[in-house]
Design a protein around this ligand. Sequence first.
Ligand SMILES: O=C(O)COP(=O)(O)O
Ligand SMILES: [Mg+2]
Length: 227
Amino acid sequence: MTDIRPTLALDLDGTLVDTASDLVATLNVILAEEALPPVERAQALTMVGHGARAMLVKGIEASGDTVDEARLDALFARFIAYYSDHLADTSKPFPGVPESLDRFAAAGWRLAVCTNKLEGMSRSLLEQLDLADRFAVIAGQDTYGVRKPDPGHLIETIRSAGGDPRLAVMVGDSDVDIRTAKAAGIPVVAVSFGYSAVSVRNLGPDRVIDHFDALFDAATSVLGSTR
Ligand SMILES: O=C(O)COP(=O)(O)O
Ligand SMILES: [Mg+2]
């Protein structure tokens, strides 16, 4: 039986939730423990997108230091331990998120999260923000053994939500999200208010939105378009 319900797959950091302050604060706690200088918010934002481990490497390298895998394992464990207790200290959904998700749900869309955060922390963050129940699937970088920009992460997220990749739209804030969607052949809406180091308009998304109010029209207009 063909399922005609479309799927909306959303990135988390910088798309659904403004997590930057808690991520940067955690990074700077770890850097301080290592007697390394803190990273400024603007610089730290360019380090988000490939997961916390990559953020940590970039934060350490920004000070001119290097890190081997053994030290990185230890620092990453501390990063996760600290961040897990501070996921929602200041993190908030971007304006209009709940209302926009309501609109998609009312129109019969399946909703899913496709993030390079770890799945457990993603779920915990969304639970604390009272958003977790809206998603059929919350898929992190550790959920399927492949992560964005591997298109398999997005395709598996959509399939796990019971959807069909041919009737799906990706929403994200970074080059990683746009490259993932393109590699999967799935139309992509970029948000302009996330953590991309360059303007998302230069990254070739199908649509760009400046506020969640505009997402429903943008997503429905690109749904089913072949790339
Ligand atoms: O935490 C990160 O680095 C990326 O997370 P995101 O995929 O939800 O943007
Ligand atoms: Mg993001």
